[in-house]
Design a protein around this ligand. Structure first.
Ligand code: NAG
Ligand code: NAG
Ligand code: NAG
Length: 452
């Protein structure tokens, strides 16, 4: 061959190589599922492809991580029998470090080999066990222990499964974080994404809304067993989620002692939020949560006027804007002060940078709920908390009932009639006309926290 054709060959080879590199690059960085994942998926679909060495290694890694989720008696039980369930006020959780088979035959069933007599457990994997309204939207999972032959695997997963329901109170931001996202973090973070989510009562919109969080907790695409109908095998499982308190977590009861600080850091990583501390915000920004149905601010424009006079740029956030967390988390993350009436929008405080201020407007009759759902939690988030308790004159209930009605004069008597009666009046039937002079005083107080 002459020099000329050698050069030609060299050129062609480089072109092919470049093309190959380009395709590999595109495959790796443009899709959610990396080529590794899809190969693995195909391989694990092939019966017997997971060598026992690999499975053993998975068990070695997963076993101590699973064990950390149970305490005392339950830990001993897990060690001796490979299976343990515990029940608390809000949640019921079963943990196994033995291989199990999961299949959805109308209802989700988990099979676990055991030499003991046949036992059947029913778990509804959503941490609002005491709340019938929520639990009506949550399907049970049946766990069968025994020596019955279990179905043969279509898919072998060399990680544990985390089984939970996306039913319950989803559709409300507070509940989505309170009953699912924070419990998922508490239950899963120490696995460093070596786990597989299996979601029942599967809501595609919910999975999409929280995709950044789910992909940061698990490296695998979530499984919807009702839809895929396949038989999945895992080397262990957690069925149900650990729960602590309203928008809160208790480090002493979390593997590796993760705290609210770690959770906020996790949120920043998941949503790629840049601002860690409020001091990094150059121009002060207020965000005002605008409610449109109940506990609505009747003089919102004037409130914005007061905020602007204090030198803040104001973002008025509507429910529609807030529903896109991918975008809205960044808006909140660049704010110094969040102002809102008691309600789900205050959950956005989770995205505020450390040192920011939350001003909760407390409607008539909702003191207890305001403190218990948000007030206490906000202080734990490394934020300053300021309460603006409205006077009867600022509530639409005064016009409706008059000053001497028990609704105004004695809210406790209404609560004694039962939660539904009180809810209709104070939660669903009340709007707010803020006293602008008092608002200004409160916001000045908030501003002091910022050191401006
Ligand atoms: C998988 O392999 C086992 C044993 O090697 C065999 O008994 C079983 O029938 C196989 N299952 C499938 C679906 O091929
Ligand atoms: C399963 O357990 C039952 C009762 O413990 C026993 O009678 C039966 O022989 C066992 N079956 C197998 C296949 O081991
Ligand atoms: C946190 O968890 C520990 C261990 O379970 C418990 O003893 C403690 O009371 C909990 N703290 C709170 C504030 O609930």
């Amino acid at each position: 061959m002459g020099k000329e054709s050698n050069r030609l060959l060299l050129g062609a080879t480089s072109a092919v190589l470049l093309l190959l590199i380009f395709f590999l690059y595109a495959a790796f960085f443009t899709s959610d599922v990396t080529p590794f994942d899809s190969w693995k998926h195909k391989l694990s679909n092939w019966n017997g492809s997971l060598s026992s060495r690999k499975v053993n290694k998975g068990v070695e890694v997963a076993e101590p991580l699973l064990r950390r989720l149970v305490r005392g008696e339950n830990q001993i039980q897990l060690k001796t029998t490979g299976f343990s369930c515990y029940s608390e006020l809000h949640s019921e959780v079963c943990v196994t470090n033995k291989p199990l088979v999961i299949v959805d035959n109308k209802a989700l069933t988990a099979y676990l080999q055991s030499s003991n007599v046949q036992v059947k457990h029913m778990v509804r994997p959503y941490p609002r066990k005491e709340d019938e309204t929520a639990m009506k939207q949550v399907s049970p999972v049946q766990i069968l222990l025994g020596n019955a032959t279990s179905p043969t695997c279509d898919f072998n997963h060399d990680v544990p499964a985390v089984v939970f329901s996306s039913g319950g109170f989803t559709g409300n931001l507070f509940h989505e974080f309170n009953e699912l996202i924070i419990p998922l973090f508490i239950t899963c973070h120490h696995f460093r994404s070596h786990l597989q989510f299996v979601i029942i009562d599967f809501k595609p919109w919910w999975v999409k809304k929280y995709s950044h969080i789910l992909t940061h907790l698990s490296r695998f695409k979530v499984i919807n067993p009702a839809k895929d109908g396949a038989i999945h095998c895992f080397l262990g499982a957690i069925i149900g989620l650990k729960y602590h308190d309203n928008l809160a977590l208790n480090s002493t009861d979390i593997p590796k002692g993760y705290s609210m600080f770690d959770f906020k850091q996790f949120l920043r990583e998941s949503y790629n939020l840049k601002i860690e501390n409020v001091l990094d915000i150059k121009k002060p920004v207020f965000v005002l949560i605008s409610r449109r149905k109940t506990r609505m601010f009747l003089n919102e424009d004037e409130m914005v006027g007061v905020m602007e006079e204090l030198g803040f740029r104001v973002v008025v956030a509507t429910a529609n804007q807030m529903s896109n967390l991918d975008k809205f988390s960044a808006v909140i993350n660049s704010c110094n002060v969040l102002v809102g009436a008691h309600g789900t929008g205050l959950t956005n405080a989770l995205f505020l940078p450390a040192g920011a201020v939350v001003v909760q407007v407390v409607p008539l009759g909702l003191d207890w709920a305001s403190t218990n759902y948000y007030g206490g939690a906000v202080a734990e988030m490394g934020l300053h908390y300021v309460e603006y308790k409205i006077e009867p004159e600022e509530s639409s209930l005064l016009d409706k009932y008059g000053p001497h009605d028990p609704v105004i004069a004695d809210p406790m008597s209404i609560f004694l009639q039962g939660y539904n009666a009180a809810r209709a009046v104070y939660v669903d039937g009340q709007n707010i006309k803020i006293n602008l002079v008092r608002l200004r005083e409160t916001l000045m107080k908030a501003k002091k926290f910022l050191g401006h």
